[in-house]
Design a protein around this ligand. Structure first.
Ligand code: HEM
Ligand SMILES: *[C@@H]1O[C@H](CO)[C@@H](O)[C@H](O)[C@H]1NC(C)=O
Ligand SMILES: *[C@@H]1O[C@H](CO)[C@@H](O)[C@H](O)[C@H]1NC(C)=O
Ligand SMILES: *[C@@H]1O[C@H](CO)[C@@H](O)[C@H](O)[C@H]1NC(C)=O
Length: 324
């Protein structure tokens, strides 16, 4: 073979291998091995939601943080152990929660189809079901992920911080294979859930050492937030990420950004960074909830496709908190 043929063959092989990492997930993955998987997950999360209106917000955030570190492999779910330096105890975890509900889903699934459904897929399925139950879109969740046998504490630096610039956030999304449209659509998950004062209080009193609040913050909204988060007060106090409809999944998040009512610095940056390509995407989603919902669904599938373990890689954990 000529050098050219070798190079061509190598390129074809490389493309096949890379392409496969996503192609192996499928919405019908458990159709024969655990046909009731969605029903079982739904039963557990519906009960959980009766006690905790925030459970959908908590679980989709777990999915996000899991996918951004070593791919969607449930590595975030592992507790500290002899050879596990857990991700959930790293600083960027910033209070991820909902783990007991994931354990309840796992227990329910082990009862009907033991050793079949991965913890990584449980988080993806629960996120979709709860988004849709809170008024958001439905989509066909891609399944077939397997669970990691390791965690990557150092890798948690890939998780975006609420103090970063739009350029830094965009870079983290690009590194994960996600573009600006994914960034804006997925940030729309901040249409529900809460954030602690400690994550945005720097905007309220002395922003970047200016002695003034963040100028991209609406003044009426600023007054409300200052009451919730007094200077030097309790950093753990919670505020709604979407002040207009705190628990519903809708496109008001984007209208809020247009009105300078984004809670996190990184939320408002999507609309207030001059010249940013994200501005027109915010406008698009503010103008059309169905456009937001369609795009959000696609972007959730894109995020769920980040480096899954498939085939015989990893394992199906019997307890999401520890390797088998
Ligand atoms: C774009 C970069 C992002 C940054 C900087 C960011 C940052 C944050 C921060 C600081 C909080 C509050 C945490 C706390 O105070 O405990 C939060 C909450 C939340 N985030 Fe994000 N986030 C980002 C993207 C995402 C994505 C992509 C999703 C899901 C698709 C998501 C879903 C959520 C949800 C639902 C909550 C509320 C959780 C709850 O109520 O417990 N975020 N985020
Ligand atoms: C699925 O759930 C339904 C309703 O609970 C039940 O009748 C059926 O037997 C279950 N199927 C399997 C394969 O477990
Ligand atoms: C998140 O990290 C902090 C600091 O390391 C730790 O105290 C906390 O328990 C962690 N949260 C979870 C849910 O593990
Ligand atoms: C704001 O922060 C800067 C830098 O940390 C500091 O020098 C300044 O005194 C602060 N201003 C006020 C009004 O607190």
């Amino acid at each position: 073979m000529s050098t050219f043929s070798y190079v061509a063959a190598a390129i074809v092989l490389f493309t096949l291998v890379l392409g496969n990492s996503n192609a192996q997930l499928s919405s019908t993955f458990y159709d024969t091995t655990c046909p009731n998987v969605s029903r079982v997950v739904r039963n557990v999360v519906e009960k959980a939601q009766q006690n905790d209106i925030r459970i959908g917000a908590k679980l989709i955030r777990v999915h996000f943080h899991d996918c951004f570190v070593n791919g969607c492999d449930a590595s975030l779910l592992l507790d500290d152990a002899d050879d596990i330096d857990s991700e959930k105890n790293a600083v960027p975890n910033l209070s991820t929660a909902g783990y007991p509900v994931i354990d309840d889903i796992k227990t329910a699934l082990e009862n009907v189809c033991p050793g079949v459904v991965s913890c990584a897929d449980i988080v993806a399925l629960a996120s979709q079901i709860l988004v849709s139950e809170n008024g958001g879109p439905t989509w066909e969740v891609q399944l077939g992920r397997r669970d990691s046998r390791t965690a990557n504490r150092a890798g948690t630096t890939a998780i975006p911080s609420p103090l970063e610039t739009l350029a830094q956030i965009t870079k983290k999304f690009t590194d994960a294979g996600l573009d600006s449209t994914d960034l804006v659509a997925l940030s729309g998950a901040h249409t529900f859930g809460r954030a602690q004062c400690s994550t945005f209080v720097h905007r309220l009193y002395n922003f970047s050492g200016t002695g003034n609040p963040d100028p991209s913050l609406d003044t009426t909204y600023l007054e409300t937030l200052r009451k919730t988060c007094p200077e030097g007060g309790n950093g753990g106090t919670l505020a709604n990420l979407d002040p207009s409809t705190p628990n519903g999944f809708d496109n008001n998040y984007f209208t809020n950004l247009q009105n300078k009512q984004g809670l996190l610095q990184t939320d408002q940056e999507l609309f207030s960074t001059s010249g940013a390509d994200t501005i027109s995407i915010v406008d698009r989603f503010a103008n059309s909830q169905s456009d937001f919902f369609d795009t959000f669904a696609k972007s959730m599938i894109n995020m769920g496709n980040i480096k899954p373990l498939t085939g015989s890689d990893g394992e199906i954990r019997s307890d999401c908190k520890r390797v088998n």
